[in-house]
Design a protein around this ligand. Structure first.
Ligand code: GLC
Length: 417
């Protein structure tokens, strides 16, 4: 893992080494956060509007690497040193238990009481709490989906697939590699690959870990799930080997260019696929992720929200900004620009959103059934282990069975510590 620490050190240097001034040249209080690339420009639009409404405040967004787990490490590196580099956090739902347990987040219960929480979707509120306290304002609901090309399936007289076997058959029948491939997904060694795998595992009746904390990722159901994914790339040839380098945006670009029949991704991709000038505009449908024989579909619950650093010197200004970003106006901007799924119930009734997103009814069904990754302070460690082993199997270095046996052993050792 030495190289990963080296990569992190470089990122940390590039993105946060510069110390943050308390005020900018015009005397405005500076609030800083780290986020991923601002696809669609939603965050920039929110910041511009907030600054116009609050002349004494300046918000600085550091656009960091796309992988959620890399940004998690960067925040952690700053907080371990109790640095005030970041005032607010744009947080993945899976970081919260660790960050809260470490004392890196300010509880928000006084400012965000139950009556205000009731305006949000219940799953997103659940993901905002740890040990009875609330630590984030949720702004993005997320759950894994299968996108498909309605036109290509109809032309081949094929029904939308429900099972692994149906997807494999349709992908093979319709694809024309190397121009068009059957399936693209997030296959790079990072958090996104774990999300993809969990959908296959849960969708085959398997479990990663049970309620008593027993690790079950070496079960036959788990091996079958990984075998299906590995075979898609290495044996059945309906996913290109390039998926081993794909995060969300690489998969989305390939699908949007019309080079894939199916894509596993998150709901944000919808507005971008349907945008003016998109080659697949009007040709795309969504489905729950396909499942194993005789089982039921599963979606991994994702989601993002705002927290305030325990080390911020400007918690008041930080609150003002996150309150605006999570407001109806802030969330609608994020939806219009970046296709971000809101967390405020009222926005699902918004006429403009309903007209632009007729698929929201199906989507809400997927989100309602989405399953969280274990809400455990050691999730980052568990996920790291899975990332390494899943990636080893996808690249052909280990059989799915050996990879998962090793993952289970490592996870048991990590949890016993
Ligand atoms: C999405 C999800 C997030 C997940 C990430 C993985 O952003 O919202 O929860 O960890 O994808 O790439």
């Amino acid at each position: 893992m030495r190289w990963r620490r080296a990569v992190l050190a470089v990122f940390t240097f590039l993105f946060s080494a510069c110390s943050k001034p308390a005020v900018d040249a015009s005397g405005r209080t500076v609030v800083r956060f780290l986020a991923g690339p601002d696809v669609g420009g939603g965050q920039k639009a929110i910041i511009a509007r907030f600054e116009a409404l609050n002349p004494g405040l300046k918000v600085e967004m550091v656009e960091g690497p796309a992988a959620s787990n890399t940004r998690e490490d960067m925040y952690a590196a700053a907080f371990i040193g109790k640095e005030s580099t970041y005032d607010v956090l744009y947080m993945d739902v899976v970081w919260l238990p660790k960050f809260a347990a470490q004392g890196w987040l300010r509880p928000l219960d006084d400012r965000f009481p139950p009556q205000r929480q009731a305006e949000f979707l219940p799953g997103d509120i659940l993901g905002s709490k740890f040990a009875g306290k609330t630590y984030r304002l949720p702004v993005q609901s997320d759950g894994g989906l299968l996108y498909y090309r309605k036109d290509l399936l109809a032309a081949a007289d094929l029904a939308p697939p429900r099972t692994w076997a149906e997807l494999a058959a349709a992908a093979k029948a319709v694809q024309k590699p190397p121009e068009t491939w059957g399936l693209v997904f997030q296959g790079k060694q990072y958090e996104g690959l774990v999300c993809v795998y969990l959908e296959l595992l849960w969708g085959n009746g398997g479990e990663l870990i049970d309620e008593a904390g027993t690790v079950l990722v070496d079960s036959p159901a788990a091996v079958e799930a990984l075998t299906w994914l590995v075979d898609a790339v290495r044996k059945d040839g309906f996913a290109p080997e390039g998926v081993l380098t794909f995060q969300e945006e690489e998969a989305r670009h390939m699908f949007q260019e019309g080079k894939a029949v199916f894509m596993r991704n998150w709901p944000y991709a919808w507005n971008l696929l349907q945008a003016e000038g998109s080659p697949v505009k009007g040709k795309v449908g969504i489905l729950p992720m396909v499942h194993g024989p005789g089982k039921a579909s599963a979606a991994t619950l994702g989601g993002w929200g705002w927290g305030i650093s325990a080390f911020s010197e400007h918690p008041e200004a930080a609150w003002k900004f996150i309150e605006f970003a999570a407001s109806l106006e802030g969330q609608k901007t994020a939806y219009v620009k970046g296709g971000i799924i809101p967390t405020r119930k009222a926005l699902f009734e918004d006429p403009e959103i309903a007209a632009k997103s007729p698929h929201y009814r199906e989507l809400l069904g997927v989100l309602a059934g989405a399953r969280p990754r274990p809400m455990h302070p050691a999730w980052a460690r568990m996920s790291d282990i899975l990332q390494v082993r899943l990636s080893g199997a996808l690249s052909g270095q280990a059989s799915p069975e050996d990879a998962l046996r090793a993952a289970a052993e490592d996870m048991r050792a990590a949890l016993a510590r």
